[in-house]
Structure formats: structure tokens, C-alpha cells
Ligand binder design. Structure first.
Ligand code: SF4
Ligand code: SF4
Length: 342
């Protein structure tokens, strides 16, 4: 695939062109906090540093999501027989996605590999990412196997350079977005070398090789299952669930049937392993009735169970859980503590 050099007016022209046939979304800042919004081309502003408050999972795993519909009127033909929801599948482009969030979509594709709802949304979405120049104090993508210049999960990766952007075209879908520019905007060898150097600096500067992700994967965390430090964390945690709802890679859900005026819907809602009822069985038994069990499970899932099943950690180092936890529980400290216990 090619690397293009685009100036600011090229980007504006591209946005106008994309908008003719697709929906555009981007982080928009309001009251000092960025959130995702459907935009018109002229509204696009290069995102400020860091990640928006909410993650990209809202696009692929919305809250709530209707899975099936049915008539709940006994006299109707096909009453109580669920049928698929007919959705308008308009293609959309998400702009200004940071490397950690783009990578989170790939991680979520692992547990949702056979989920038709997730897959349908992924198939109609293109990601135009913007690499990071200035990570926030709570970012730690390189600890989690990524990098501020990472391009995994993006269709196009934009890197700000003097006079515009270097646009790395990474997929066939991405190529389709810029096909008319492929032959007249190719970056020069010097510009390509500049991008390579920026990537090497981002990788080398954050020391991801052999960092906590890899070291933690080699450590048998089951040896620490009964370590007293879990109780210390649980004493602070108030089980509010903010960390899991904001986390791009937390994907627990519940399914409920809801009937309003004879119309039934089967709905998928986000749930959280931090809530006491999450594991409550119909019998009344609850295998994680204690807070310490739930807190331990959150971290063990991210750092042990998910990597054991799929390979990578279930964390991209976006720092949202650190930023928003009301009692300042910091997953980086948890990782350090787990590494420091012999
Ligand atoms: S945000 Fe903090 S207090 Fe709330 S559940 Fe998560 S770790 Fe506990
Ligand atoms: S665990 Fe925290 S830092 Fe890691 S991906 Fe989730 S919100 Fe981001």
C-alpha cells in the first residue's frame, strides 16, 4: 500500500467527497471533554491530544442494541416468534481515532468473532486514525503492546508533519477512499523515511519491547490469586463500574426481553463484572459475591484470562479507567505490583 503526502486542503476536499456517500464521525470537544459525534465535513477539527471520554466500542457494540423483534400480541400471526431487525447499513467513516482505540477494535473482534451484529458494524465502518504526538499522562499504550505511532486496526493512518499529513494507506477499503490521489500525491522517499524514523522513535522511546505486557504474560499470575494485595484494592473500589463502561476492551453484556404496547424486543445491554448481580445464578448462588473477587476478576481477565485465550492483553493502555476512577485505582500500579511480588 502507498504513503501519500496530503496538505490541509486535500483533507478538506476528501472529507467533502466522503460525506457524499457516508456518515462521518469524529471526536468533538465540549466543556473541555471530547466525545464522538456525527459531523459535517467543515466541522472536522484535528483532535486534541489524548482519547475522547467514551471509547470506540459504542460504534460496534452499542448501548443498548436491539438484537431481535417480535410481536407480543397473542392474536398476531407469528406472535412471540423473534425476527431479525432490519437495519439501514450506511457506510460510515470514523475520523481522528487514536492508535489505542483503533487497536481496541481488533481486540474486540476476537471474542466477537462469531457475533453477526458486531461483524455487520465492522464491515460498514472505515477508520481514519491520527497517530499521537503528545500522549497524556495517563496513556501507556506501549506497556500494553501498542505504540503512539501504531497503525493496527486503521484503514488510513494520518501523521501530522510540516505542511500537512503523511497518510499511510493500510487496507483495500482505505485505498478506495483515496483512489483518485494515489498517482499524484505519493510521498517522496525523504517523507517516507521521515515516517519510518517517527515510528522507530515512538517505539524506542517508550520501551515496549519486553515491557510489562510481555513480562506479565510470562508470569504465572495464578500464583498471586490469593495475594493479600487484592484485598487492599477491593477496600478502595466502590464497584461503580465506570472503569468497565469506559474501557474500550470491556465487553460484558446482559440480554433482556422488553415488551411495550405489544411490541417485543430482545436487547443487549452493557453489563459490568464489577456489579454484584453480574454473576448471580438463577439458584441464588453467586460465585463472585465478594468485592475482592470481582476486583481480582477484572484485572485477571485483562492480564491473564484474555491473553491465555487470545494472545494479547485485554488492555490498550488508553488510560480512561485511570482518568475516571473516583478512588484513583490505577491499572499501571496493579501491573507493577503484580510484577514486584516474587
Ligand atoms: S472505576 Fe474505580 S471504583 Fe469504580 S469500579 Fe472501577 S476500580 Fe472500582
Ligand atoms: S483497562 Fe483501562 S487503560 Fe486498559 S484499555 Fe481499559 S480503560 Fe484503557
Amino acid at each position: 500500500m502507498k504513503i501519500l503526502k496530503l496538505d490541509d486542503s486535500d483533507l478538506k476536499t476528501l472529507l467533502a467527497r466522503w460525506y457524499e456517500t457516508r456518515d462521518l464521525f469524529s471526536p468533538v470537544e465540549k466543556n473541555g471533554m471530547a466525545g464522538w459525534k456525527r459531523i459535517e465535513p467543515l466541522e472536522f477539527v484535528e483532535p486534541a491530544k489524548g482519547v475522547p471520554k467514551t471509547s470506540l466500542k459504542t460504534f460496534f457494540f452499542p448501548q443498548p442494541e436491539t438484537l431481535l423483534e417480535y410481536s407480543a400480541r397473542p392474536g398476531d400471526e407469528g406472535a412471540y416468534v423473534p425476527r431479525p431487525v432490519k437495519e439501514k447499513a450506511r457506510e460510515r467513516i470514523i475520523l481522528g481515532v487514536r492508535p489505542c482505540d483503533a487497536r481496541s477494535v481488533l481486540l474486540n473482534s476476537l471474542p466477537f468473532a462469531d457475533d453477526p451484529y458486531f461483524k455487520a458494524k465492522k464491515d460498514t465502518t472505515l477508520i481514519v486514525g491520527f497517530t499521537c504526538k503528545q500522549p497524556c499522562s495517563t496513556c501507556f499504550c506501549s506497556w500494553a503492546g501498542g505504540s503512539p505511532m501504531d497503525t493496527e486496526g486503521m484503514d488510513i493512518a494520518m501523521t501530522r508533519v510540516e505542511g500537512g499529513y503523511l497518510a499511510d494507506i493500510l487496507t483495500k477499503k482505505g485505498e478506495g477512499l483515496v483512489d483518485h490521489l494515489l498517482d499524484n500525491r505519493e510521498a517522496s522517499p525523504e517523507e517516507k523515511e521521515q515516517l519510518k524514523t517517527l515510528r522507530e522513535q515512538a517505539q524506542g522511546g517508550t520501551g515496549s519491547e519486553g515491557g510489562p505486557a510481555e513480562i506479565l504474560k510470562k508470569k504465572n499470575l495464578m500464583d498471586l490469586y490469593n495475594a493479600p494485595f487484592w484485598q487492599g484494592l477491593a477496600d478502595s473500589c466502590i464497584n461503580c463500574g465506570a472503569c468497565t463502561f469506559l474501557c474500550p476492551t470491556c465487553y460484558c453484556f446482559d440480554i433482556q426481553d422488553e415488551t411495550i404496547k405489544g411490541k417485543g424486543r430482545r436487547i443487549r445491554y452493557w453489563d459490568s463484572c464489577m456489579f454484584p448481580l453480574f454473576t448471580q445464578h438463577a439458584s441464588g448462588h453467586n460465585p463472585r459475591s465478594q468485592k475482592v473477587q470481582r476486583v481480582r476478576n477484572r484485572f485477571m481477565h485483562k492480564l491473564k484470562y484474555f491473553p491465555e485465550r487470545f494472545g494479547p492483553l485485554s488492555c490498550v493502555g488508553c488510560g480512561r479507567c485511570i482518568r475516571e476512577c473516583p478512588v484513583n485505582i490505577d491499572i499501571r500500579e496493579v501491573m507493577r505490583d503484580l510484577l514486584s511480588i516474587p
